[in-house]
Design a protein around this ligand. Structure first.
Ligand SMILES: Cc1ncc(C[n+]2csc(CCOP(=O)(O)OP(=O)(O)O)c2C)c(N)n1
Ligand SMILES: [Mg+2]
Length: 332
C-alpha cells in the first residue's frame, strides 16, 4: 500500500478576525486561570483524588473548538478540564465537578477525570488510557447512521497511541470511512516517560499509514494554526471522505498530575518551552492587530472575575445527596 497523503489541504476557514482571535485568547486565558485556581483548591484539599492540568496545551482544545460545529461530538481522556470548557461547559460547572459538588457538570458523581455534558456533545473524560478511542468510533458510527452531519473528535496522548485499542479503532474507522478525527496531543511525556523512550515513532500521526488513513502533524501552540489544521480535517471527515489522524505538537507546563513534581525533564526544557506559551503567541498577534494595554487589562480582569466566581460557586455549592450514589450506574 502506498503511504497515505500527509495533509487534508488548505483550511476552508478564513483567517481569524481580531474579534474572533480575542475570543479565542479569552477562552485560553479562562481555562488557564480556572486550572490555576483548581491547583490552589487542590492544595487546600477542596479537590480530592486525581487532577491532571492542561496548562500549556490550551491552544489545542480552543483551536479545535473554533474549527468544530456544535453537532460535533468530542470524547477524551482525563486531562480534559480545558477541553470541556472549550466545548461549552461553563467554568462554574467544571469547577464544581472538580470540587465534587452537586452543581458540577456530572452532578458531583464524576470528578476531575469524568467531566461529561451531553447537552454540548461533550462525551466525556475517561481515566483508562486509550480506552475511550474505540468509543469515538462508535460515536462516529452513530453520527453517520443518523445522518447528523456531525464529526467525532477524539483527543488522546502520545502514551495512549501505544495502546492496542487505539490501533483497532483506526482499522475500523478507516474500513467504514467513519467521520472521526483522531487528535493526538503529543506533549512529549506519558507520565514520567518521554516519548522517545516509549515509542519508535515520535510523530504519532504516522500510525495512520498502517491503515491508509489521511494524516498530518502540526505545531499546536498557535491557536489559529490549530483552528486551521483541524478545520481542514473536520471538513474532510464531514464530507464523507473518511477519518483523519492528526498530531498536534504541544507541551504541558505542569507535572502529569497534581502529585507529580516533574523531576524527569531535562534541565532548561520547561523554561525553553514556556517561551512558546500559546497565550504569549496569541497576545503578540493581538497586539500586532492593534490591541492596546487597556483592552488587554480589561480582558484579564473579566477572566479573573469569571474564574473567581467559578471557585466561589464551587466552594459554596451543596454536596451530592448520598442517596443518589448509584444513579447513572445502569442505563434507565
Ligand atoms: C490502561 C492504563 N494504563 C496505565 C494507566 C496509568 N496512566 C495514567 S496516565 C498515563 C500516561 C498517558 O500519557 P499520554 O497518553 O501521553 O497522556 P498525557 O497524560 O500526556 O496527557 C498512564 C500510563 C492508565 N490510567 N490506564
Ligand atoms: Mg503525553
Amino acid at each position: 500500500m502506498s503511504e497515505a497523503p500527509t495533509t487534508t489541504g488548505p483550511s476552508p476557514l478564513p483567517p481569524c478576525t481580531r474579534e474572533e482571535l480575542t475570543h479565542l485568547f479569552r477562552e485560553m486565558l479562562l481555562i488557564r486561570r480556572v486550572e490555576e485556581l483548581a491547583a490552589k483548591a487542590y492544595t487546600q484539599r477542596k479537590i480530592l483524588g486525581f487532577c491532571h492540568l492542561y496548562i500549556g496545551q490550551e491552544s489545542v482544545a480552543v483551536g479545535c473548538a473554533a474549527a468544530c460545529k456544535p453537532e460535533d461530538h468530542w470524547i477524551t481522556a482525563y486531562r480534559e478540564h480545558g477541553q470541556a470548557m472549550a466545548k461549552g461547559v461553563s467554568a462554574r460547572a467544571v469547577m464544581a465537578e472538580l470540587f465534587g459538588k452537586a452543581t458540577g457538570c456530572t452532578e458531583g458523581l464524576g470528578g476531575s477525570m469524568h467531566l461529561f455534558d451531553a447537552k454540548v456533545n461533550f462525551m466525556g473524560g475517561y481515566g483508562i488510557v486509550g480506552a475511550h478511542i474505540p468509543l469515538a468510533v462508535g460515536v462516529a458510527w452513530a453520527l453517520k447512521q443518523r445522518k447528523t452531519g456531525g464529526v467525532a473528535v477524539v483527543y488522546f496522548g502520545d502514551g495512549a497511541a501505544n495502546q492496542g485499542a487505539f490501533f483497532e479503532a483506526l482499522c475500523l474507522a478507516q474500513l467504514y470511512k467513519l467521520p472521526v478525527v483522531f487528535l493526538c496531543e503529543n506533549n512529549f511525556y506519558a507520565m514520567g516517560t518521554s516519548v522517545d523512550r516509549q515509542s519508535s515513532l515520535i510523530d504519532m500521526s504516522l500510525r495512520g499509514n498502517g491503515v491508509g488513513m489521511m494524516r498530518e502533524q502540526f505545531e499546536g501552540f498557535d491557536v489559529e494554526h490549530v483552528r486551521d489544521r483541524v478545520g481542514a480535517a473536520v471538513a474532510y471527515a464531514r464530507e464523507g471522505k473518511g477519518p483523519v489522524i492528526l498530531e498536534a505538537i504541544t507541551y504541558r507546563f505542569r507535572g502529569h498530575s497534581m502529585s507529580d513534581p516533574a523531576k524527569y525533564r531535562p534541565e532548561g526544557e520547561l523554561e525553553e518551552k514556556k517561551k512558546g506559551d500559546p497565550l504569549l503567541i496569541t497576545e503578540a498577534r493581538l497586539r500586532a492587530m492593534g490591541m492596546q494595554d487597556a483592552e488587554l487589562a480589561a480582558l484579564h480582569a473579566s477572566v479573573e472575575a469569571e474564574a473567581e466566581d467559578a471557585y466561589q460557586f464551587a466552594d459554596t455549592s451543596p454536596e451530592p445527596d448520598p442517596a443518589r450514589l448509584y444513579e447513572y450506574t445502569y442505563a434507565p
